[in-house]
Design a protein around this ligand. Structure first.
Ligand code: FAD
Ligand code: SF4
Length: 354
């Protein structure tokens, strides 16, 4: 790792005004060698940023530490029943928050299954949503791939077992954030602040971008902007939710496949409206619109849940080594729908386990 300076920020607007680049901008090179020693980058928990620096993928001259900024880690209920989560709230606090467990259970479940206890204690929600992709070619300084400004994608002809099965043309990353799958199912918004203190809210669905829209970044965070909070809309009283994932390991790893299901039930076993989002499946949290359409107005039973699982695969374009993800995703959708609707199903004792 190259030497760097350390600067604690005094306020969100100061941090936004000092930052010279986003991390995605600082990682973009023509040569494959990061040449941005003058870059000043935002650091929250540091779990992802320090990793990238240790691998020599980015060499900032200065880190702007926001981890001790006051008032950015609160989790507060809003008068309309929604919830505002400060960007510095850790995954551990989100997982253990009693009110969130009640109001937005799929988010608590997702946060509890991400990474490991040590990492969840350090990792902030803002940093988690902004972490860079896990594609092993992207994470290797020896592979100057398209996403870093190079000319090739190494995953298509190479080892793509962990890559996307939807929207995977050009670059086949999967979105790395586990909580993002649940947040997308709740139709959350992110709050962004600029150096003048102006704040704007952007639906998560517009914040994350596909490679077809921008190959070099995963979101529309602009230079000089800080992610300050995530807003969760209020849930209807009969909304029920479930997050499930399958991985090679039950902890300390990203999932192979995941789903968040949020069902608005009518009290007679029918679903008024469904939100089904797949994780580890696409470069962004992937809305399974055909499954949502199939469930809307339907009575939830084993047959509808299984049909929703199949419908969730519509449009999938698996690569040479990752078609195994399709039955995993279908099974997770089926189980999550039955579980959210509180219909007895055989769930693994440890929902992180295959
Ligand atoms: C072994 C291991 C397993 C893991 N498993 C999982 C998993 O299963 N699921 C999962 O979701 N994650 C997983 N992770 C990733 C981990 O959760 C993230 O690295 C962590 O959440 C990043 O948060 P941070 O606060 O440390 O961000 P940082 O590393 O500080 O920042 C990440 C990026 O966001 C930018 N940034 C941070 N905060 C802000 C802000 N408020 N405004 C603007 N820019 C900002 C930084 O400049 C940087 O580019 C794993 C990590 C490891 C090492
Ligand atoms: S999938 Fe994307 S990040 Fe991975 S090698 Fe291809 S272009 Fe790079």
């Amino acid at each position: 790792m190259e030497p760097f300076a350390w600067q604690p920020a005094a306020s969100p607007s100061e941090a936004a005004s000092i930052a010279t680049h986003t991390t995605a901008e600082a990682m973009l090179t023509l040569t494959g060698r990061p040449d941005t020693q003058q870059a000043m980058l935002i650091k929250a928990g540091g779990v992802d940023l320090l990793d990238l620096m240790k691998e020599g993928l980015v060499n900032p001259g200065r880190l702007i530490d926001i981890s001790r900024l006051p008032d950015l880690d609160g989790i507060s209920g809003e008068p309309d029943g929604g919830v505002r989560i400060g960007a510095l709230a850790t995954l551990a606090r989100i997982a253990a928050h009693p009110a969130l467990q009640q109001s937005h259970a799929a988010l608590s479940q997702a946060a509890a299954l991400a990474a490991s206890p040590q990492i969840r204690n350090r990792a902030t929600l803002g940093g988690n949503l902004l972490q860079r992709p896990r594609c092993w070619y992207f994470r290797s300084a020896a592979h100057h791939c398209l996403r870093k400004g190079g000319a090739h994608c190494f995953a298509f002809p190479g080892d793509n077992r962990y890559h996307a099965v939807f929207a995977n043309q050009g670059c086949a990353i999967v979105h790395a954030s586990t909580p993002a799958t649940a947040l997308a199912a709740y139709r959350a918004e992110v709050e962004l602040a600029d150096s003048a203190g102006h704040r704007r809210r952007v639906p998560l669905a517009d914040f994350f971008v596909l490679p077809q829209a921008d190959m070099h970044r995963e979101n529309t965070l602009a230079r000089g902007e800080l992610l300050t909070a995530v807003w969760l809309p209020p849930q209807k009283p009969d909304c029920r939710a479930q997050y499930l994932q399958i991985g090679e390991r039950a902890a300390f790893d990203w999932p192979l496949a995941a789903v968040a299901a949020v069902l608005d039930m009518d009290g007679t076993g029918h679903c008024r409206q469904a939100s089904i989002v797949l994780g580890a499946a696409a470069p962004v949290p992937w809305r399974a619109r055909q499954a949502e359409a199939l469930l809307a107005g339907a009575r939830i039973d084993s047959a509808t849940a299984a049909a929703a699982g199949e419908a969730a695969l519509a449009g999938a374009t698996p690569l040479s080594q990752n078609a195994y993800k399709l039955p995993l995703l279908a099974a997770l959708v089926r189980r999550a729908v039955l579980s959210a609707a509180a219909i007895d199903t055989v769930l693994p004792a440890n929902p992180g386990a295959p």
